[in-house]
Design a binder for this molecule. Structure first.
Ligand code: HAM
Length: 453
Protein backbone atom coordinates (compact mmCIF):
# COMPACT_ATOMS: atom_id res chain seq x y z
CA UNK A 1 0.00 0.00 0.00
CA UNK A 2 1.44 3.39 -0.89
CA UNK A 3 1.68 6.06 1.81
CA UNK A 4 -0.92 8.09 -0.07
CA UNK A 5 -3.62 5.43 0.13
CA UNK A 6 -6.11 5.64 2.92
CA UNK A 7 -4.88 3.89 6.05
CA UNK A 8 -7.40 1.70 7.90
CA UNK A 9 -9.22 3.78 10.48
CA UNK A 10 -8.06 7.03 8.92
CA UNK A 11 -10.65 9.80 8.74
CA UNK A 12 -11.87 10.78 5.31
CA UNK A 13 -10.11 14.03 4.40
CA UNK A 14 -12.56 16.42 2.83
CA UNK A 15 -10.99 19.79 3.72
CA UNK A 16 -8.60 21.24 1.17
CA UNK A 17 -4.87 21.29 1.78
CA UNK A 18 -3.25 24.53 2.88
CA UNK A 19 0.31 25.85 3.15
CA UNK A 20 1.81 24.63 6.43
CA UNK A 21 1.49 26.98 9.44
CA UNK A 22 4.28 29.55 9.38
CA UNK A 23 4.90 29.14 5.63
CA UNK A 24 3.27 31.14 2.87
CA UNK A 25 2.98 31.57 -0.86
CA UNK A 26 4.37 34.69 -2.48
CA UNK A 27 2.22 35.68 -5.42
CA UNK A 28 2.38 38.22 -8.22
CA UNK A 29 2.24 41.19 -8.25
CA UNK A 30 3.96 41.17 -4.81
CA UNK A 31 6.79 39.01 -6.15
CA UNK A 32 7.77 41.95 -8.39
CA UNK A 33 8.67 43.82 -5.20
CA UNK A 34 10.73 40.84 -3.96
CA UNK A 35 12.58 40.79 -7.27
CA UNK A 36 13.13 44.53 -7.10
CA UNK A 37 14.62 44.26 -3.60
CA UNK A 38 16.86 41.37 -4.65
CA UNK A 39 18.09 43.15 -7.75
CA UNK A 40 18.95 46.32 -5.80
CA UNK A 41 20.80 44.12 -3.25
CA UNK A 42 22.71 42.30 -6.01
CA UNK A 43 23.62 45.62 -7.57
CA UNK A 44 24.91 47.09 -4.29
CA UNK A 45 26.82 43.88 -3.40
CA UNK A 46 28.51 43.89 -6.82
CA UNK A 47 29.71 47.46 -6.24
CA UNK A 48 31.37 46.30 -3.00
CA UNK A 49 33.04 43.30 -4.63
CA UNK A 50 30.80 40.48 -3.36
CA UNK A 51 30.21 37.23 -5.27
CA UNK A 52 27.23 34.91 -4.80
CA UNK A 53 27.41 31.64 -2.88
CA UNK A 54 24.62 29.05 -2.86
CA UNK A 55 24.85 26.41 -0.17
CA UNK A 56 22.44 23.48 0.38
CA UNK A 57 19.18 24.07 2.21
CA UNK A 58 19.85 21.13 4.53
CA UNK A 59 23.06 20.23 6.28
CA UNK A 60 24.43 17.79 8.85
CA UNK A 61 22.76 18.66 12.19
CA UNK A 62 26.22 18.83 13.81
CA UNK A 63 27.05 21.93 11.76
CA UNK A 64 24.43 24.00 13.57
CA UNK A 65 24.95 22.33 16.96
CA UNK A 66 28.64 23.24 16.84
CA UNK A 67 28.40 26.51 14.90
CA UNK A 68 25.29 28.24 16.22
CA UNK A 69 25.54 26.59 19.68
CA UNK A 70 23.64 23.82 21.51
CA UNK A 71 22.31 26.22 24.13
CA UNK A 72 20.80 28.76 21.74
CA UNK A 73 17.02 28.90 21.21
CA UNK A 74 17.60 28.15 17.54
CA UNK A 75 19.38 24.85 18.13
CA UNK A 76 17.66 23.76 21.33
CA UNK A 77 14.08 24.24 20.16
CA UNK A 78 13.60 25.70 16.69
CA UNK A 79 15.30 23.40 14.22
CA UNK A 80 13.62 21.08 11.73
CA UNK A 81 15.70 17.99 12.23
CA UNK A 82 15.09 14.47 11.01
CA UNK A 83 16.90 11.22 10.74
CA UNK A 84 17.66 10.50 7.11
CA UNK A 85 17.30 6.76 6.77
CA UNK A 86 20.08 4.67 5.30
CA UNK A 87 19.11 3.38 1.85
CA UNK A 88 21.74 0.68 1.64
CA UNK A 89 23.62 -1.48 4.11
CA UNK A 90 26.78 0.44 3.35
CA UNK A 91 25.09 3.70 4.36
CA UNK A 92 24.56 5.07 7.84
CA UNK A 93 21.49 6.94 8.98
CA UNK A 94 22.34 10.63 9.38
CA UNK A 95 20.76 13.44 11.34
CA UNK A 96 19.96 16.30 8.95
CA UNK A 97 18.54 19.77 9.57
CA UNK A 98 16.89 22.42 7.41
CA UNK A 99 19.21 25.40 7.73
CA UNK A 100 18.01 27.88 10.38
CA UNK A 101 20.58 30.41 9.14
CA UNK A 102 23.30 30.51 6.52
CA UNK A 103 26.53 31.65 8.20
CA UNK A 104 27.46 28.17 9.45
CA UNK A 105 26.87 26.74 5.94
CA UNK A 106 29.01 29.43 4.31
CA UNK A 107 31.88 28.82 6.73
CA UNK A 108 31.54 25.05 6.18
CA UNK A 109 31.83 25.65 2.43
CA UNK A 110 34.82 27.98 3.01
CA UNK A 111 36.58 25.18 4.87
CA UNK A 112 35.49 22.39 2.53
CA UNK A 113 36.67 24.19 -0.62
CA UNK A 114 39.84 25.55 1.04
CA UNK A 115 38.88 29.09 0.06
CA UNK A 116 41.40 30.30 2.65
CA UNK A 117 44.23 28.96 0.49
CA UNK A 118 43.35 31.54 -2.16
CA UNK A 119 44.90 33.99 0.29
CA UNK A 120 42.56 36.89 -0.34
CA UNK A 121 39.48 38.12 1.42
CA UNK A 122 36.33 36.15 0.54
CA UNK A 123 33.28 38.41 0.12
CA UNK A 124 30.21 36.25 -0.34
CA UNK A 125 26.49 36.97 -0.48
CA UNK A 126 23.42 34.73 -0.46
CA UNK A 127 19.68 35.04 -0.90
CA UNK A 128 17.52 32.16 0.20
CA UNK A 129 15.01 30.55 2.57
CA UNK A 130 15.82 29.62 6.18
CA UNK A 131 13.74 27.54 8.59
CA UNK A 132 12.98 27.99 12.27
CA UNK A 133 10.16 26.49 14.25
CA UNK A 134 9.16 29.75 15.95
CA UNK A 135 5.67 30.86 16.93
CA UNK A 136 4.38 32.46 13.72
CA UNK A 137 3.22 36.09 13.77
CA UNK A 138 3.53 39.17 11.61
CA UNK A 139 7.16 39.35 10.47
CA UNK A 140 7.98 35.94 11.94
CA UNK A 141 7.59 32.81 9.87
CA UNK A 142 8.80 29.23 9.94
CA UNK A 143 10.14 29.54 6.42
CA UNK A 144 11.56 33.00 5.89
CA UNK A 145 14.06 34.56 3.52
CA UNK A 146 17.42 36.06 4.26
CA UNK A 147 19.65 38.26 2.15
CA UNK A 148 23.07 37.97 3.72
CA UNK A 149 26.77 38.63 3.30
CA UNK A 150 29.89 37.12 4.83
CA UNK A 151 33.42 38.55 4.64
CA UNK A 152 36.12 36.17 5.82
CA UNK A 153 39.65 35.03 5.13
CA UNK A 154 43.02 34.32 6.64
CA UNK A 155 44.38 36.93 9.05
CA UNK A 156 46.90 37.99 6.36
CA UNK A 157 43.97 39.05 4.12
CA UNK A 158 42.96 41.72 6.61
CA UNK A 159 39.78 39.86 7.59
CA UNK A 160 40.17 40.91 11.22
CA UNK A 161 40.50 44.62 10.47
CA UNK A 162 37.88 47.00 11.90
CA UNK A 163 37.74 48.49 8.40
CA UNK A 164 35.87 45.35 7.33
CA UNK A 165 33.24 45.86 10.04
CA UNK A 166 32.77 49.50 9.12
CA UNK A 167 32.60 48.71 5.40
CA UNK A 168 29.88 46.10 5.92
CA UNK A 169 27.86 48.52 8.07
CA UNK A 170 28.32 51.38 5.62
CA UNK A 171 27.21 49.07 2.78
CA UNK A 172 24.04 48.21 4.71
CA UNK A 173 23.30 51.88 5.24
CA UNK A 174 23.71 52.43 1.49
CA UNK A 175 21.51 49.45 0.62
CA UNK A 176 18.69 50.53 2.95
CA UNK A 177 18.91 54.09 1.61
CA UNK A 178 18.81 52.91 -2.01
CA UNK A 179 15.78 50.76 -1.24
CA UNK A 180 14.13 53.81 0.26
CA UNK A 181 13.79 52.41 3.82
CA UNK A 182 13.15 55.41 6.04
CA UNK A 183 13.99 55.86 9.71
CA UNK A 184 16.29 52.85 10.13
CA UNK A 185 18.52 52.78 13.20
CA UNK A 186 21.78 50.98 13.75
CA UNK A 187 22.50 49.53 17.21
CA UNK A 188 26.07 48.46 17.81
CA UNK A 189 27.97 46.60 20.51
CA UNK A 190 31.11 44.57 21.08
CA UNK A 191 30.91 41.21 22.83
CA UNK A 192 34.69 40.95 22.96
CA UNK A 193 36.92 37.95 22.34
CA UNK A 194 36.03 34.42 23.40
CA UNK A 195 38.18 35.02 26.51
CA UNK A 196 36.39 38.29 27.34
CA UNK A 197 33.08 36.52 27.00
CA UNK A 198 34.17 33.76 29.32
CA UNK A 199 35.05 36.31 32.03
CA UNK A 200 31.84 38.26 31.37
CA UNK A 201 29.77 35.08 31.52
CA UNK A 202 31.27 34.24 34.90
CA UNK A 203 30.54 37.75 36.19
CA UNK A 204 26.96 37.57 34.90
CA UNK A 205 26.42 34.20 36.51
CA UNK A 206 27.64 35.57 39.80
CA UNK A 207 25.49 38.70 39.55
CA UNK A 208 22.42 36.63 38.60
CA UNK A 209 22.81 34.13 41.42
CA UNK A 210 21.17 36.25 44.19
CA UNK A 211 18.44 37.75 41.93
CA UNK A 212 17.48 35.00 39.48
CA UNK A 213 14.75 33.58 41.72
CA UNK A 214 12.81 36.80 41.09
CA UNK A 215 13.00 36.36 37.31
CA UNK A 216 10.73 34.50 34.88
CA UNK A 217 11.22 30.78 34.38
CA UNK A 218 13.00 31.21 31.03
CA UNK A 219 15.51 33.65 32.49
CA UNK A 220 16.09 31.38 35.50
CA UNK A 221 17.03 28.61 33.11
CA UNK A 222 19.20 30.93 31.00
CA UNK A 223 20.97 32.20 34.12
CA UNK A 224 22.13 28.60 34.59
CA UNK A 225 22.81 27.46 31.04
CA UNK A 226 23.77 30.60 29.10
CA UNK A 227 23.67 33.83 31.17
CA UNK A 228 24.38 36.00 28.11
CA UNK A 229 20.94 35.09 26.77
CA UNK A 230 19.31 36.81 29.73
CA UNK A 231 20.30 40.11 28.14
CA UNK A 232 18.05 39.37 25.10
CA UNK A 233 15.01 38.98 27.33
CA UNK A 234 12.14 41.36 26.63
CA UNK A 235 10.07 40.24 29.66
CA UNK A 236 8.99 43.60 31.19
CA UNK A 237 9.12 42.49 34.83
CA UNK A 238 12.77 41.42 34.49
CA UNK A 239 14.11 44.60 32.86
CA UNK A 240 15.10 46.37 36.05
CA UNK A 241 17.25 43.44 37.15
CA UNK A 242 18.80 43.09 33.69
CA UNK A 243 19.65 46.79 33.42
CA UNK A 244 21.59 46.57 36.68
CA UNK A 245 23.73 43.61 35.54
CA UNK A 246 27.44 44.10 34.68
CA UNK A 247 28.12 45.50 31.18
CA UNK A 248 30.23 43.67 28.61
CA UNK A 249 32.09 46.92 27.84
CA UNK A 250 33.83 46.64 31.20
CA UNK A 251 35.19 43.19 30.32
CA UNK A 252 36.77 43.89 26.94
CA UNK A 253 40.52 43.38 26.79
CA UNK A 254 42.66 46.16 25.31
CA UNK A 255 42.64 44.67 21.79
CA UNK A 256 38.87 44.24 21.66
CA UNK A 257 38.29 47.71 23.08
CA UNK A 258 40.66 49.22 20.50
CA UNK A 259 38.98 47.24 17.71
CA UNK A 260 35.56 48.52 18.74
CA UNK A 261 36.83 52.10 18.98
CA UNK A 262 38.29 51.81 15.47
CA UNK A 263 34.97 50.51 14.05
CA UNK A 264 33.14 53.48 15.59
CA UNK A 265 35.74 55.97 14.35
CA UNK A 266 35.44 54.61 10.79
CA UNK A 267 31.63 54.86 10.93
CA UNK A 268 31.93 58.43 12.21
CA UNK A 269 34.25 59.22 9.31
CA UNK A 270 31.67 57.81 6.83
CA UNK A 271 28.83 59.67 8.52
CA UNK A 272 26.87 56.51 9.38
CA UNK A 273 24.84 57.13 12.54
CA UNK A 274 24.58 54.46 15.28
CA UNK A 275 23.92 54.03 18.96
CA UNK A 276 25.88 51.70 21.24
CA UNK A 277 23.57 49.20 22.94
CA UNK A 278 25.50 47.33 25.67
CA UNK A 279 22.79 44.63 25.85
CA UNK A 280 23.07 43.64 22.19
CA UNK A 281 24.62 40.18 22.46
CA UNK A 282 22.55 38.42 19.75
CA UNK A 283 21.04 34.96 19.84
CA UNK A 284 23.83 32.94 18.25
CA UNK A 285 26.94 31.70 20.06
CA UNK A 286 29.55 32.30 17.36
CA UNK A 287 29.76 36.06 17.77
CA UNK A 288 32.96 37.80 18.87
CA UNK A 289 33.67 41.54 19.07
CA UNK A 290 31.29 43.60 16.86
CA UNK A 291 27.58 42.77 16.95
CA UNK A 292 24.84 44.87 15.41
CA UNK A 293 21.19 45.14 14.47
CA UNK A 294 19.26 47.50 12.25
CA UNK A 295 15.75 48.28 13.45
CA UNK A 296 12.86 50.37 12.16
CA UNK A 297 10.65 52.61 14.30
CA UNK A 298 7.32 51.37 15.72
CA UNK A 299 4.54 51.67 13.16
CA UNK A 300 6.80 50.62 10.26
CA UNK A 301 4.75 47.50 9.59
CA UNK A 302 6.67 44.96 11.65
CA UNK A 303 4.68 44.90 14.87
CA UNK A 304 6.94 43.65 17.65
CA UNK A 305 9.49 42.12 15.26
CA UNK A 306 11.42 45.33 14.69
CA UNK A 307 14.82 43.80 13.85
CA UNK A 308 15.21 44.19 10.11
CA UNK A 309 18.59 42.55 10.10
CA UNK A 310 21.35 41.40 12.39
CA UNK A 311 24.95 40.35 12.26
CA UNK A 312 28.39 40.54 13.68
CA UNK A 313 31.90 39.19 13.78
CA UNK A 314 32.68 35.48 14.25
CA UNK A 315 36.45 35.24 14.52
CA UNK A 316 36.47 31.71 15.97
CA UNK A 317 33.72 30.03 13.95
CA UNK A 318 35.94 28.40 11.34
CA UNK A 319 38.07 26.80 14.05
CA UNK A 320 34.94 25.67 15.94
CA UNK A 321 34.00 23.80 12.75
CA UNK A 322 37.45 22.22 12.42
CA UNK A 323 38.81 24.70 9.87
CA UNK A 324 41.77 27.06 9.76
CA UNK A 325 41.79 30.43 11.51
CA UNK A 326 39.46 32.60 9.41
CA UNK A 327 38.08 35.67 11.11
CA UNK A 328 34.94 37.05 9.54
CA UNK A 329 31.98 39.36 9.77
CA UNK A 330 28.56 39.26 8.18
CA UNK A 331 24.87 39.95 8.43
CA UNK A 332 21.50 38.65 7.32
CA UNK A 333 18.54 40.81 6.39
CA UNK A 334 15.10 39.36 7.06
CA UNK A 335 13.74 39.79 3.54
CA UNK A 336 10.12 39.14 4.59
CA UNK A 337 10.45 41.97 7.12
CA UNK A 338 12.12 44.30 4.64
CA UNK A 339 9.22 43.73 2.22
CA UNK A 340 6.65 44.43 4.96
CA UNK A 341 8.38 47.72 5.77
CA UNK A 342 8.59 48.78 2.12
CA UNK A 343 4.91 47.92 1.56
CA UNK A 344 3.89 49.89 4.62
CA UNK A 345 5.92 52.89 3.49
CA UNK A 346 4.63 52.66 -0.09
CA UNK A 347 1.05 52.63 1.18
CA UNK A 348 1.70 55.68 3.36
CA UNK A 349 3.41 57.53 0.54
CA UNK A 350 1.93 56.77 -2.90
CA UNK A 351 4.98 58.13 -4.75
CA UNK A 352 7.31 55.30 -3.74
CA UNK A 353 10.66 54.55 -5.31
CA UNK A 354 10.67 52.42 -8.50
CA UNK A 355 9.22 49.01 -7.78
CA UNK A 356 7.60 50.23 -4.57
CA UNK A 357 4.55 51.90 -6.01
CA UNK A 358 1.74 49.35 -5.69
CA UNK A 359 0.39 50.64 -9.01
CA UNK A 360 3.50 49.49 -10.83
CA UNK A 361 3.87 46.05 -9.26
CA UNK A 362 1.72 44.58 -11.98
CA UNK A 363 3.44 46.35 -14.89
CA UNK A 364 1.17 46.29 -17.93
CA UNK A 365 2.20 44.27 -20.94
CA UNK A 366 2.90 45.96 -24.30
CA UNK A 367 0.09 44.16 -26.13
CA UNK A 368 -2.84 41.80 -25.92
CA UNK A 369 -3.51 39.96 -29.17
CA UNK A 370 -7.19 39.16 -29.69
CA UNK A 371 -7.95 36.55 -32.37
CA UNK A 372 -11.49 36.86 -33.70
CA UNK A 373 -12.71 33.26 -33.99
CA UNK A 374 -10.82 30.07 -33.29
CA UNK A 375 -9.55 29.96 -36.90
CA UNK A 376 -7.34 32.95 -36.00
CA UNK A 377 -5.78 31.34 -32.87
CA UNK A 378 -2.76 29.98 -34.72
CA UNK A 379 -2.06 33.27 -36.49
CA UNK A 380 -2.32 35.10 -33.14
CA UNK A 381 0.17 32.78 -31.53
CA UNK A 382 2.58 33.16 -34.47
CA UNK A 383 2.35 36.96 -34.27
CA UNK A 384 2.88 36.83 -30.50
CA UNK A 385 5.98 34.70 -31.02
CA UNK A 386 7.41 37.24 -33.44
CA UNK A 387 6.74 40.19 -31.10
CA UNK A 388 8.02 38.40 -28.01
CA UNK A 389 11.22 37.41 -29.79
CA UNK A 390 11.63 41.08 -30.66
CA UNK A 391 11.53 41.87 -26.92
CA UNK A 392 7.92 42.95 -26.45
CA UNK A 393 5.70 41.64 -23.66
CA UNK A 394 2.58 40.05 -25.09
CA UNK A 395 -0.50 38.16 -23.95
CA UNK A 396 -2.63 36.11 -26.37
CA UNK A 397 -6.40 35.91 -26.02
CA UNK A 398 -8.69 33.21 -27.27
CA UNK A 399 -10.72 33.01 -30.48
CA UNK A 400 -13.86 31.99 -28.61
CA UNK A 401 -14.00 35.39 -26.85
CA UNK A 402 -16.43 37.95 -28.22
CA UNK A 403 -14.96 41.35 -29.10
CA UNK A 404 -16.30 42.99 -25.89
CA UNK A 405 -14.78 40.29 -23.66
CA UNK A 406 -11.44 40.57 -25.49
CA UNK A 407 -11.38 44.35 -24.92
CA UNK A 408 -12.15 43.92 -21.23
CA UNK A 409 -9.45 41.27 -20.80
CA UNK A 410 -6.92 43.34 -22.73
CA UNK A 411 -7.58 46.54 -20.81
CA UNK A 412 -6.75 44.76 -17.55
CA UNK A 413 -3.33 43.50 -18.54
CA UNK A 414 -1.98 45.46 -21.53
CA UNK A 415 -1.45 48.93 -22.93
CA UNK A 416 -2.68 47.98 -26.42
CA UNK A 417 -5.10 45.51 -27.93
CA UNK A 418 -4.15 44.03 -31.32
CA UNK A 419 -7.25 42.67 -33.04
CA UNK A 420 -6.73 39.91 -35.61
CA UNK A 421 -9.89 39.28 -37.63
CA UNK A 422 -10.32 37.36 -40.89
CA UNK A 423 -9.61 40.49 -42.89
CA UNK A 424 -6.46 41.40 -40.92
CA UNK A 425 -5.00 37.91 -41.25
CA UNK A 426 -5.67 37.87 -44.98
CA UNK A 427 -3.97 41.25 -45.49
CA UNK A 428 -1.14 40.88 -42.93
CA UNK A 429 -2.48 43.85 -41.01
CA UNK A 430 -3.75 44.39 -37.48
CA UNK A 431 -6.20 46.75 -35.82
CA UNK A 432 -4.60 48.34 -32.77
CA UNK A 433 -6.22 50.36 -30.01
CA UNK A 434 -4.09 52.27 -27.49
CA UNK A 435 -6.01 52.30 -24.20
CA UNK A 436 -4.38 55.41 -22.76
CA UNK A 437 -5.44 57.63 -25.67
CA UNK A 438 -8.36 55.70 -27.14
CA UNK A 439 -6.69 55.99 -30.59
CA UNK A 440 -7.42 53.14 -33.00
CA UNK A 441 -5.53 52.39 -36.24
CA UNK A 442 -5.28 49.62 -38.78
CA UNK A 443 -1.65 49.08 -39.78
CA UNK A 444 0.61 46.59 -41.56
CA UNK A 445 1.94 43.89 -39.19
CA UNK A 446 5.47 45.01 -40.13
CA UNK A 447 4.79 48.36 -38.45
CA UNK A 448 3.43 46.81 -35.26
CA UNK A 449 6.67 46.69 -33.28
CA UNK A 450 7.32 50.40 -33.72
CA UNK A 451 3.79 51.29 -32.65
CA UNK A 452 3.78 49.04 -29.58
CA UNK A 453 7.13 50.23 -28.18
P1 HAM B 1 19.53 36.36 13.03
O1 HAM B 1 19.49 37.58 13.88
O2 HAM B 1 19.14 35.09 13.67
O3 HAM B 1 21.01 36.27 12.47
O4 HAM B 1 18.63 36.59 11.78
C1 HAM B 1 18.84 37.71 10.94
C2 HAM B 1 17.53 38.33 10.53
O5 HAM B 1 16.68 37.33 9.94
C3 HAM B 1 16.70 38.88 11.68
O6 HAM B 1 17.11 40.19 12.02
C4 HAM B 1 15.31 38.89 11.07
O7 HAM B 1 15.12 40.05 10.26
C5 HAM B 1 15.33 37.67 10.18
N1 HAM B 1 14.62 36.55 10.83
C6 HAM B 1 15.09 35.71 11.78
N2 HAM B 1 14.14 34.82 12.13
C7 HAM B 1 13.05 35.10 11.39
C8 HAM B 1 11.73 34.53 11.27
N3 HAM B 1 11.36 33.47 11.98
N4 HAM B 1 10.86 35.09 10.40
C9 HAM B 1 11.23 36.16 9.65
N5 HAM B 1 12.45 36.72 9.70
C10 HAM B 1 13.35 36.21 10.56
C11 HAM B 1 21.42 35.28 11.62
O8 HAM B 1 20.71 34.51 11.06
C12 HAM B 1 22.92 35.34 11.33
N6 HAM B 1 23.26 34.21 10.45
C13 HAM B 1 23.30 36.67 10.71
C14 HAM B 1 24.76 36.76 10.44
C15 HAM B 1 25.39 36.59 9.26
N7 HAM B 1 25.69 36.97 11.36
C16 HAM B 1 26.89 36.95 10.77
N8 HAM B 1 26.69 36.70 9.49
Amino acid sequence: MSTFEKQPGQQKQSSSLKAVRGTRDLLPPETALWNHVESVARDVFARYGFGEIRTPIFEDTQLFARGVGEETDIVSKEMYTWEDRARAQSEKAQSLTLRPENTAGVVRAYIEHKLGERGDLQKLFYIGPQFRRERPQRGRYRQFWQIGCEVLGPVSSGAESPVRDAEVLEMLATLLDELGVRGWQLALNSVGSAEDRKRYNAALREALEPVKARMCEDNQRRAETNPLRVLDSKVPADQEIIDALPKIADFLDADSAAHFAAVRAALDACGVAYTVNPRLVRGLDYYTRTTFEFTVPDGSGLGTQNALLGGGRYDGLSEMLGGPKAPGIGFAIGEDRLILVLQEQAQANKSGAPGLDPETWGQKLDAYIAPMGVERNAAALALARELRRAGLSVEVGDGTFRLKKSFEAADKVARHIVVLGEDEVASNTATVKTFATGAQVKIAQTELQALLR
